[in-house]
Design a protein around this ligand. Structure first.
Ligand code: COA
Length: 173
């Protein structure tokens, strides 16, 4: 920016619905955040069962560069038709600016508008509880791989979600 000192450079963050043009950047962001072991995680095994929902998946771009991503995958969790949130990742250069929180907020609201019955994830409770996530009853859901039951969290969007969250969780069409 001519005549504009570098330290005053204004970041121009925009939040966009994901499309195929973001694929390569999202791959790099997730590799950087989670490393090669990411495909072995229980939530990743659900995501391998079918595609994520692009209409509920979002990126954040800074001056046109994709720097953060959240994806949402349709799942059947016990008897509840919900969405699995993740991966959520923000490039290290852009952490601690509220971008992760904003991506979660946008994705959860989009799922609510689409009629989802819950948003579920495996993640750190101290990060997600302030964003409306509650702990699922210990061991109530069976993932296609080991998970720490204390990290299975949900935003309920209909009555009695917790009662329905019992049994397998898997991808749904
Ligand atoms: C976790 C992650 C998505 C957070 O994104 P972010 O944009 O940096 O987060 P935000 O700016 O919205 O929130 C920052 C706050 O969350 C806290 N926070 C970050 N990760 C946390 C975690 N795992 N547990 C608890 N708090 C966490 C920060 O300390 C900070 O707290 P403060 O507001 O009191 O300073 C990002 O750090 C990341 O990509 N990490 C690697 C991948 C990952 O762990 N993804 C989540 C899988 S569960």
């Amino acid at each position: 920016m001519p005549g504009f000192p570098m330290f005053m450079k204004k970041h121009d963050l925009v939040y966009l619905t994901e499309d195929a043009s973001h694929d390569a950047a999202i791959e790099i962001i997730n590799e950087e955040a989670f490393g090669p072991g990411r495909f072995a995680r229980a939530a990743a095994r659900i995501r391998e069962q079918g595609p994520h929902d692009l209409s509920l998946s979002f990126v954040c771009a800074d001056d046109g560069e994709t720097i953060a991503s959240v994806r949402m995958t349709p799942v059947m969790a016990g008897s509840i038709k919900g969405h699995l949130l993740g991966p959520l990742a923000v490039r290290p250069s852009h952490k601690n600016r509220g971008i992760g929180r904003e991506l979660v907020r946008i994705a959860v609201e989009a799922a609510r508008r689409k009629g989802s019955e819950c948003v579920i994830l495996v993640g750190d409770p101290p990060y997600y509880q302030p964003l409306g996530f509650e702990t699922v009853a210990y061991g109530a859901l069976t993932f296609p791989g080991p998970v720490d039951p204390n990290r299975v969290l949900v935003v309920p969007m209909i009555e009695d979600v917790h009662a329905g969250l019992k049994g397998d969780i898997h991808w749904r069409a």
